[in-house]
Design a protein around this ligand. Structure first.
Ligand SMILES: Cc1cc2nc3c(=O)[nH]c(=O)nc-3n(C[C@H](O)[C@H](O)[C@H](O)COP(=O)(O)O)c2cc1C
Length: 224
């Protein structure tokens, strides 16, 4: 698969086959992804890879906290969007597409709650990669580098027939990850990536997200 094909083929996968991903494959993906660029080659990322009973405990505990009404306490800045902005509009468009595919009517609170819960279960993926960074680093500094390694993981996964979803939601209860994944307080938990073999019959996997045309977001200077 060439680079352009991989970049265009990658999409967020929110339904997986119940098939384990071999550890050797995950190791190869992380080794390849570790070639991602970082500021001054600082490589400010660490991976914790979860499967089996550990992941089941995390899923169960996340859902328990969600149902208890515990407020999420993410350890990195989760962006928010002004309600009248194009960013909010894009978010709404995505939600509408996903809810339509999943047959979740706007007023069906039960189905909406089950969809939310699915995210806290990491879409039942067989494996989850948690990315953390050292707290000795500044809060926002490593985020650019981590973005680069995350995209590299997602692209490399395609080579092995695997799908991924980058997932903020999976780090909303860091205390759960600290308890079951043994991530110490000295590390800031940044992001989860769900990873597994895509279930192409799962409706949400058919979503085709839109992109703003380049002409609307690019200024060209000195070309004439
Ligand atoms: C930083 C970040 C956080 C995300 N968090 C979530 C999430 O919590 N839940 C989810 O379903 N998708 C999440 N996504 C996936 C985005 O919704 C998805 O990338 C976007 O809609 C574009 O669709 P595509 O990945 O299929 O191209 C996240 C993506 C990024 C980059």
């Amino acid at each position: 698969m060439d680079v352009i094909e991989a970049v265009k083929k990658r999409k967020s996968i929110r339904g997986y086959k119940p098939v384990p991903v071999p550890k050797e494959v995950l190791e190869q993906i992380l080794e390849v992804a570790s070639h991602a660029p970082s500021a001054m080659n600082t490589q400010p990322w660490e991976f914790t890879v979860l499967t089996g009973d550990v992941l089941e405990n995390v899923r169960r505990s996340n859902v328990e906290l969600l149902h208890s009404g515990a407020p999420p306490s993410p350890e990195h800045v989760v962006v928010s969007w002004p309600t009248d902005s194009i960013y909010r509009q894009r978010q709404v468009n995505l939600a509408k597409q996903l809810f339509q595919l999943m047959d979740i009517p706007r007023e069906d609170k039960g189905k909406r709650a089950r969809w939310l819960e699915r995210g806290f279960r990491y879409f039942d993926a067989p494996t989850v990669i948690i990315i953390s960074t050292d707290r000795c680093l500044s809060e926002s500094g490593p985020l650019l580098d981590i973005g680069a390694v995350i995209q590299t993981i997602c692209l490399t996964a395609l080579h092995f027939g695997l799908g991924t979803c980058i997932e903020d939601q999976g780090t909303m209860y860091p205390e759960v990850l600290r308890k079951y994944a043994h991530i110490p307080e000295s590390k800031r938990i940044i992001m989860a990536i769900t990873i597994g073999y895509p279930d192409w019959d799962f409706p949400a996997n058919k979503v085709e997200t839109e992109r703003e045309p380049i002409k609307n977001i690019t200024t060209w200077l000195g070309f004439d």
